[in-house]
Design a protein around this ligand. Structure first.
Ligand SMILES: *Cc1c(COP(=O)(O)O)cnc(C)c1O
Length: 380
């Protein structure tokens, strides 16, 4: 009966990803490229299938944070241009060049290493994020040093507050970048300027330049932490498990570590084989909610590494063993968004998606409304 159940299953709707990419591409001026950011295993969704779907739907570039991430894409025979955002060691630059990845640079020593290895570079200007990156003068000097060997590919920066209501600092960063990009693009033909993440791409056309680097929005998650659907995005991720067993408890009986749920009356509990090692945060102990058969049910007691328990509705027929338990996604008329879980945990939807751990089986599907034929494949 339970043959097709997975204890922890992430179902990823690739037609939703293609829809989101197309939606974002439609915002861009002609000639501007979309770089689909697939770092951190595609924000937990699976880097390779997401990269393929994104490229099919009009993304021209892929963005990652580490050299292992570009190697994974190359091993899957993905040949699109890839930019690595993060800092790299000397050994990693050599691997990046071998994988034909372009790299971000913000020091002369690192630029020399990248040039020696034959990697193309994007000079990282600190317009206000205040992490890595250099000021206007040093950025111009790095461009001048990279240009003679034709290694100079881009000028990049990153917004610190694109998701926030107050536009003041966002505007300051945009003005700084616009000035420097204008100056350097006039000097170096073909230099690609890029600064926009998802939030900036969606809120400010003046931030698009030659490329946008969109991550969160391609997964159908809102960069603003609100409901993504009114913004034209379709969430791709569904996280689910199933009812492995039902236990009847009487008043005074407890369940789980630390006895943090004690029944105050006769109650029915579902045992669900998913836990914090799968990405259901232990901080949802006695707080979180799940959907079963279209009903909202509270998580009862401590979330363990591999299991948790849910308090079931009083009517005995409402839930049966084997029923699907939804942590993120729809069930009947009910819906739990990654944004809802994030709010409960005082974090952001990015973290909720990234937390879906490697042992969760990923299953890829096409949504019913999509014209493409369904395809499914499981991978751990
Ligand atoms: C992660 C990242 C992005 C994508 O940001 P989203 O908010 O997910 O769109 C873009 N640029 C850089 C440099 C990043 O590290």
């Amino acid at each position: 009966m339970l043959d097709d159940r997975q204890r922890a299953l992430a179902t990823v709707d690739l037609s939703a990803v293609r829809h989101n990419i197309a939606h974002l591409v439609a915002l861009l001026p002609a000639g501007a490229a979309l770089c689909a950011v697939v770092k951190a295993n595609g924000y937990g969704h699976g880097a390779v299938p997401i990269a393929r779907a994104a490229l099919q739907a009009g993304a021209l570039w892929l963005g990652v944070a580490t050299v292992a991430e570009v190697e994974e894409l190359r091993e899957a025979a993905i040949t699109a241009p890839v930019l690595i955002f993060g800092p790299l060691t000397g050994v990693e630059v050599a691997r990046a060049a071998k994988a034909r990845a372009e790299v971000a640079v913000w020091s002369e020593a690192f630029l020399a290493e990248a040039l020696r290895r034959g990697a193309r570079v994007h000079v990282k200007y600190n317009s206000g994020m205040g992490r890595l990156g250099v000021d206007e003068g040093a950025a111009a000097a790095l461009c001048a040093a990279a240009a003679p060997s034709s290694a100079l590919a881009g000028l990049m920066s990153h917004f610190a507050t694109a998701d926030q209501d107050d536009p003041t600092f966002f505007s300051t960063q945009l003005e700084r970048f616009t000035a420097l990009a204008g100056q350097l693009k006039a000097r170096y033909t073909g230099l690609a300027a890029h600064i926009a993440n998802s939030a900036a791409t969606m809120r400010e056309p003046a931030a698009h330049f030659d490329m946008v680097r969109t991550g969160i929005a391609i997964y159908g998650l809102s960069p603003f932490g609100d409901d993504p659907e009114p913004r034209g995005l379709r969430p791709a991720l569904r996280l689910s498990s199933y009812v492995a067993g039902i236990r009847e408890v009487g008043p005074g009986e407890s369940v789980g570590y630390g006895r943090r749920f004690v029944a105050d009356r006769a109650a029915r509990l579902a045992i669900v084989p998913i836990g914090y090692a799968d990405g259901v945060s232990r901080a949802l102990t006695n707080r979180g909610e799940v959907l079963i058969a279209g009903r909202r049910c509270p998580i009862a007691g401590t979330i363990s590494m591999d299991q948790l328990t849910v308090l079931l509705p009083e009517d005995p027929g409402a839930v049966r063993p084997g029923d699907e338990v939804v942590f993120i996604g729809r069930s009947g008329a009910e819906r739990i968004l990654a944004e809802d879980v994030a709010r409960q945990l005082d974090t952001i939807n990015y973290e909720i998606a990234c937390d879906v751990s490697p042992r969760v089986v990923r299953r890829y599907r096409e949504s019913p409304e999509s014209p493409e034929s369904p395809e499914t494949a499981d991978s751990a």
